[in-house]
Design a protein around this ligand. Structure first.
Ligand SMILES: Cc1cc2nc3c(=O)[nH]c(=O)nc-3n(C[C@H](O)[C@H](O)[C@H](O)COP(=O)(O)OP(=O)(O)OC[C@H]3O[C@@H](n4cnc5c(N)ncnc54)[C@H](O)[C@@H]3O)c2cc1C
Length: 455
């Protein structure tokens, strides 16, 4: 799809040579991480400042051209790729962080700084960043704010919105809003940063973020716990949450998932006697938490076996069983990724029921379950389906809704779940969404095919 020469000229007036139009070069920006969502674009534009991002939005608005903001392109719901030929506004050049406010425990960073980058900057200044997940090397702060990303530490520190003290962003009008003073108490009207957080690039392009840091907890211990059955795993997760204030992560992994990781990445199986379900937990404190971890596991029932790891390399080995699972599943073909959350009381019923829901629709499909069980968040991954066959997606989301859950725990709605938004949001809420969209993006140029269904 060749770019309109006038548009190319005007974009280059704003960002110089940072406009990619060669079809071979733009291709890697048009497909998502799973390979399920593949789009096309005439141009990928790389602004290096808020002013340049505002200039690009202004040009696109005047030209009637839609934009897809893009960070590290690790999103899993088809929200960051140009499925309808939009111009891609890649934020990778908005890097760099300001010096950490060591007294206040805050930092301002460009939207293109990766999650790992922020974690490093925080650690160098004696602080820590509360959000972590396995795409940390590529996912950006802008993308994690746009998706209100969760991850493995939500049960201790909350999601990205809980870390966010302010943003600088370009609205769909091209206007820039900047609220980066980092005042912890600031009751001066609408919380626009909180609104933009989780808006998936539909209201504004985030260019800089002000983040709260947390005190470091350098002493760590992790454990992989093999359990007799699902009820035992959920019961143990509840006991550990109650008895361990130091609990930072509580993940569930089923044995078929561990077997898959082992066969794809050549890892050794963790236990001699396989168990149906496993919890991977991590505790962190200022003093060595190993003894309290062991004591808490000792008080849990139905534990078949446990591996405790205290030093960093052995903890990393345990984490591979969980963190490599997403990549291992990808080797089976583009998965349908259904990231959902359930009330505690419905979680076991959902996990039991979902494989049958899938196999009733597509008997040859495989269901992989894992997730941040400490938050009631389960990732249902289904392989063996055509990328455009969303019957299973719909059936799983309907089950979630019947059980009082949400169709997106942390990945967002994107384009993948847009047509099921009504299962989690009422008609009145969707009307309010559309009114907000019209107010901040009157011409509908920012990610117009994401999140909000057509009226
Ligand atoms: C292996 C793996 C593990 C993951 N684990 C987790 C997890 O545990 N928890 C979790 O929450 N997510 C997880 N994710 C999903 C993903 O990493 C997060 O959603 C992340 O926040 C996306 O950041 P990104 O920079 O890659 O954004 P992208 O994928 O580029 O974009 C995601 C969305 O945000 C919008 N966007 C991006 N940047 C901006 C910006 N600057 N301004 C406005 N809108 C923008 C895009 O338009 C799109 O709608 C995982 C993904 C992978 C591949």
């Amino acid at each position: 799809m060749p770019i309109d020469p006038t548009l190319a000229f005007r974009l280059r007036e704003v960002v110089g040579a940072q406009v990619l139009v060669d079809p071979e070069l733009v291709a890697s920006y048009t497909a998502d991480w799973t390979g399920r969502f593949r789009g096309h674009t005439a141009a990928v534009v790389f602004p290096a400042s808020t002013e340049e991002a505002a200039g690009v939005v202004q040009v696109c608005r005047e030209s009637g051209v839609a934009i897809v903001p893009q960070g590290g392109n690790t999103g899993l719901v088809g929200g960051g790729v140009p499925l309808h030929g939009e111009v891609v506004l890649n934020m990778g050049r908005l890097g760099g962080s300001e010096p950490v406010d060591r007294a206040g425990g805050q930092v301002t960073a460009g939207a293109g700084v990766t999650l790992a980058g922020i974690q490093e900057v925080a650690a160098e200044s004696g602080w820590s960043y509360g959000v972590d997940f396995s795409s940390r090397a590529s996912a950006t702060t802008g993308g994690s704010v746009a998706t209100n990303a969760g991850g493995i530490r939500v049960l201790r520190y909350g999601d990205t919105r809980a870390q966010l003290l302010g943003v600088e962003a370009v609205l769909g009008t091209g206007a820039v809003i900047s609220h980066l003073a980092g005042l912890v108490k600031d009751n001066t009207g609408y919380d626009l940063s909180g609104l933009i957080c989780g808006s998936e690039g539909t209201l504004a392009v985030v260019t800089r973020v002000r983040l709260r840091l947390v005190p470091p907890a350098p002493e760590r211990a992790a454990a992989l716990i093999a359990l007799r059955n699902l009820d035992a795993a959920l019961g143990t997760a509840a006991v550990l949450r109650r008895s361990l204030p130091q609990l930072e992560a509580c993940e569930i992994i089923f044995t078929p998932g561990i077997d898959l990781v082992c066969s794809v990445f050549g890892l050794r199986r963790p236990f001699l006697r396989p168990s149906p379900v496993n919890l991977l937990i991590e505790v962190a404190d200022r003093v060595d938490p190993t003894d309290i971890l062991i004591e808490a596991i000792g008080s849990a029932e139905h534990v078949i076996d446990t591996i405790v790891a205290t030093d960093s390399p052995r903890r990393a080995e345990l984490w591979r069983y969980r963190e490599e699972l997403t990549a291992a599943i990808n080797t089976l073909g583009p998965p349908h990724k259904l990231d959902v959350t359930l009330p505690t009381t419905s979680l076991a019923g959902f996990i039991d029921a979902v494989p049958d829901v899938v196999s009733t629709i597509e008997p040859t499909a495989s269901t992989w379950l894992f997730g941040h069980v400490g938050d009631g968040n389960i990732h249902v991954n289904v392989t063996g389906l055509r990328t455009d066959d969303d019957r299973v997606d719909g059936a799983v989301f309907e089950l979630v809704a019947r059980l009082g859950g949400s169709i997106s725990a942390e990945h967002g709605i994107g384009s993948a779940k847009r047509r099921w938004l009504h299962l989690s949001r009422s008609a009145a809420e969707q009307t309010a969404f559309r009114a907000l969209k019209r107010a901040l993006d009157p011409d509908g140029i920012l990610n117009p095919h994401v999140l909000i269904p057509d009226a």
